[in-house]
Design a protein around this ligand. Structure first.
Ligand code: PEP
Length: 264
């Protein structure tokens, strides 16, 4: 820890970076449902400024969500972005389109995109660069599948994904990394706080090696994978876990509100 004089306390280490509680709604909620849920979550988030609160919503929900979030401390994100500025890419959305709609964050490399829609480490990197070039904050997801964890290669997989996702990105001030073990996403299986802390720490070490200690200490690294109102406090208390990327529990205002509370 070159960045600190002496041995830093846990609080000092966590104070170097922002906690971010982000919801990933996946393919859920119509625009009218989105409007109501953003309003309900904004009520829960009011005055809770120890963390950033972000809701990443389906593209068609973005205008309603942005409108409902106006004047609150909830920010609206998208669930993906294409890497080209425009062109013949049917079904895709550019970073500039998102910016013009009032989006501040975007997820790239979610395991469901990698698993079902052919995302590769290369396209994740290109999408991340496109989001950053447009001024978006980019949440880059990495994580091992069950067989990789069982084979003892979690560190190698996650380190490789992190390196490839960050290739050619010089400034990490708008980058967030989400460690999402694939076996824990939507399964109800959560990594233990120790497992989450260990892998988030490995990612931080990779970033320190690629950049420097100060950059690594300032980087927000979230945990994602069945985080909920019951387990959030323990996960978020870990020194390397700077927030959560939350799927299922972000669709319920009470549960998501409790996770925001746990981050205070
Ligand atoms: C996710 O979608 O990124 C996620 C972590 O989902 P869940 O919280 O439902 O496991």
């Amino acid at each position: 820890m070159l960045f600190f004089k002496g041995t830093p306390t846990k609080k000092e280490m966590k104070d170097t970076r922002r906690t971010v509680i982000a919801g990933n709604w996946k393919m859920n909620k119509t625009p009218s449902e989105a409007k109501a849920l953003v309003a309900a979550i904004a009520e829960k988030a009011a005055g809770k400024d120890a963390c950033d609160v972000v809701l990443c919503v389906p593209y068609v929900d973005i205008p309603a969500a942005v409108e409902a979030a106006k004047g609150t401390n909830v920010k609206i994100g998208a669930e993906n972005v294409h890497f080209k500025e425009s062109g013949a890419y049917t079904g895709e959305i550019s970073a500039q389109m998102l910016v013009e709609c009032g989006v501040s964050h975007v997820i790239v490399g979610h395991s469901e995109r990698r698993q079902y829609f052919g995302e590769t480490n290369e396209t994740v990197n290109l999408r991340a660069k496109a989001g950053l070039a447009a001024g978006l904050k980019v949440i880059i997801c990495v994580g091992e599948v069950l067989e990789e964890r069982q084979s003892g290669i979690t560190a190698e997989i996650v380190s490789m994904q992190t390196k490839l996702a960050l290739a050619g990105i010089e400034d990490l001030s708008n980058v967030i990394i989400a460690y999402e073990p694939v076996w824990a996403i939507g399964t109800g299986l959560t990594a233990t706080p120790e497992q989450a802390d260990e892998v988030c720490g490995i990612i931080r070490g990779v970033v320190a090696g690629l950049y420097d200690e100060k950059t690594a200490e300032a980087l927000t690294i979230q945990y994602g994978g069945s985080m909920n109102d019951k387990n959030a406090a323990e996960l978020l208390a870990k020194v390397n876990v700077d927030g959560g990327l939350i799927g299922g529990a972000s669709l319920k205002a009470d549960a998501f509100g409790a996770i925001i509370d746990a981050a205070q």
